[in-house]
Design a protein around this ligand. Structure first.
Ligand SMILES: [Zn+2]
Ligand SMILES: [Zn+2]
Length: 484
């Protein structure tokens, strides 16, 4: 089974970027051509049959020609995308480039479908590149004189002007935001650095804690391998491996572990045992009956495993949910994945990542921002402060933070001290964003075992964008980036 997230982010062909060859643009020419062809045909038939009488063939030709003309007119009307050519003048180089900024002019209407698809993109560009690029929309149906100098053949058409006001490129049809930004880059036109990024302090307050304020006195067997949380005997999972038993706090973290393995996973479930909810005794995962429900407050799944199906049915009667086997549970658990590291996530816990209008998840804040590195696209992250739950929004543009809300938001880079005394990433369960450094410090006080340092969100992004594709492939995998 492969879960290809790349497919999720692949652009839908129906909204493809280079749809410049819209046939409706050639409709006026087609009309002329059909008219001329018809005239020739009628003339030749007339000549053949004598100039005074029109035979059956001649009448038929005229009828056919009329039908053809009506058809062409209908096509033009239906497409709604063709407009009268302005004097069929050569593309005019507009000179009103203001303030020495690169300028993008989109000529369209409010009714054609690709034009409508352009509207939100233009809005976003206007906001995100305010002060760096001029974005202009000209409605050719209500403002024909303004459109005329551009001499366009169909709508929408986008015309790219550099800072000197020189036309550098034009495109017909829908074009995506990424393709617009890529084109500027290709043309060598710099859109400058984001004022939002510039307003972010270059250096965030220095803060780190490399030694916990408490030592972890818990027995090793009672600590979850994935999250370092306590293991409850009622939900414990044990995975038997060649290197010894791996203990987990519950089945969700079993699936997080499963999706963090770089090795061949076939038959892995046979190594897992889960505690029976009523007796705490281990039962093979593949034999267990699972009561699967939803927590009414958080919406997170609740999972209780039973060795005995009748016991499971009784629990279901008492507390609701459904009795399922491990395969159904696996399908549920693997359905939502981190768009950076591929781990199983619960959307209720995850950061939301928007990529080209498609939503994905980040299993932690650093993974969420890393989606920009994995996809090479500009993204928007919605994350919650680990202490207060307040929302933090980050937008990236070309590998930089272009918008940060609130501007005081910072990141915590959780670290783990290895046996050799060196610090490495403590993994996804120990990372987070905060609306400000005060919230981070309060959270640190509440979590005496956490160690790490405060970094800027730009730093968190840069740490990901400097990774190679191969390193991203291995990110967060067990034994790859954070050996334990
Ligand atoms: Zn855990
Ligand atoms: Zn992740």
């Amino acid at each position: 089974m492969t879960y290809c997230l790349a497919a999720l982010f692949a652009q839908c062909p129906c909204s493809g970027g280079s749809g410049g060859g819209d046939s409706s643009g050639s409709a006026p020419w087609l009309l002329l051509l059909v008219g001329f062809g018809t005239w020739l045909l009628v003339r030749s038939i007339w000549k053949k049959e004598g100039s005074t009488t029109m035979g059956k063939a001649g009448k038929l030709a005229i009828v056919l020609a009329l039908v053809a003309i009506v058809a062409v007119v209908l096509v033009m009307k239906k497409s709604g995308a063709s407009i009268p050519v302005a004097n069929s003048a050569p593309p005019a180089v507009a000179t009103q480039a203001a303030a020495g900024l690169p300028r993008l002019v989109d000529l369209g209407s409010t009714s054609c479908i690709p034009c409508k698809m352009m509207a939100p993109i233009l809005e976003e560009l206007k906001k995100e590149y305010a002060g760096r690029m001029q974005v202009e929309f000209i409605d050719v149906t209500t403002n024909a004189p303004a459109a005329e100098p551009y001499g366009i053949k169909l709508i929408p058409t986008q015309v790219f002007f550099d800072a000197a006001g020189k036309e550098r490129w034009r495109h017909e049809g829908f074009i995506s935001k990424d393709d617009i930004l890529a084109k500027w880059k290709e043309l060598g036109v710099s859109l400058g650095s984001s004022p939002a990024a510039a307003s972010q302090p270059a250096s965030v307050p220095a803060y780190e804690r490399l030694e916990g304020t408490k030592t972890d006195s818990r027995a090793k067997d009672s600590i979850c391998y994935m999250c370092d949380g306590d293991i409850d005997a009622k939900t414990a999972v044990i995975v038997k491996t060649d290197k010894g038993d791996v203990r987990l706090c519950g089945l969700h973290h079993y699936f997080v572990l499963y999706t963090s393995l770089a090795e061949d996973k076939s038959g892995f479930e046979k190594k897992a045992q889960v505690a029976d909810w009523s007796t705490d005794k281990p039962v093979a995962l593949t034999e267990a009956s699972i009561v699967y429900g939803l927590d009414e407050k958080t919406g997170r799944p609740t999972i209780k495993a039973f060795a005995d199906r009748d016991a499971a049915a009784k629990e279901r009667q008492a507390s609701g949910g459904n009795v399922v086997d491990w395969k159904v549970l696996q399908d549920k658990e693997l359905a939502n994945r981190c768009a950076f590291c591929d781990r199983a996530v619960y959307p209720e816990d995850a950061a939301l990542v928007k990529i080209d209008g498609v939503y994905g998840w980040g299993c932690c804040s650093h993974c969420a921002i890393g989606v920009a590195a994995r996809t090479g696209k500009d993204i928007e992250v919605h994350e919650h402060d680990l202490l207060s739950g307040d929302e933090i929004v980050v937008k990236t543009a070309g590998g930089s933070v272009a918008l940060l809300h609130p501007p005081t938001a910072i990141a915590w880079f959780g670290l783990h001290k290895g046996a050799d005394g060196k610090f490495t990433s403590a993994g996804c369960f120990h990372q987070g964003f905060f609306v400000n450094s005060d919230n981070l410090k309060k959270w640190i006080e509440q979590n005496p075992l956490e160690v790490g340092r405060l970094i800027s969100i730009q730093q968190a992004l840069s740490d990901k964008t400097k990774l190679t594709a191969e390193q991203i492939q291995k990110a967060c995998k067990i034994g790859e980036c954070a050996p334990k």
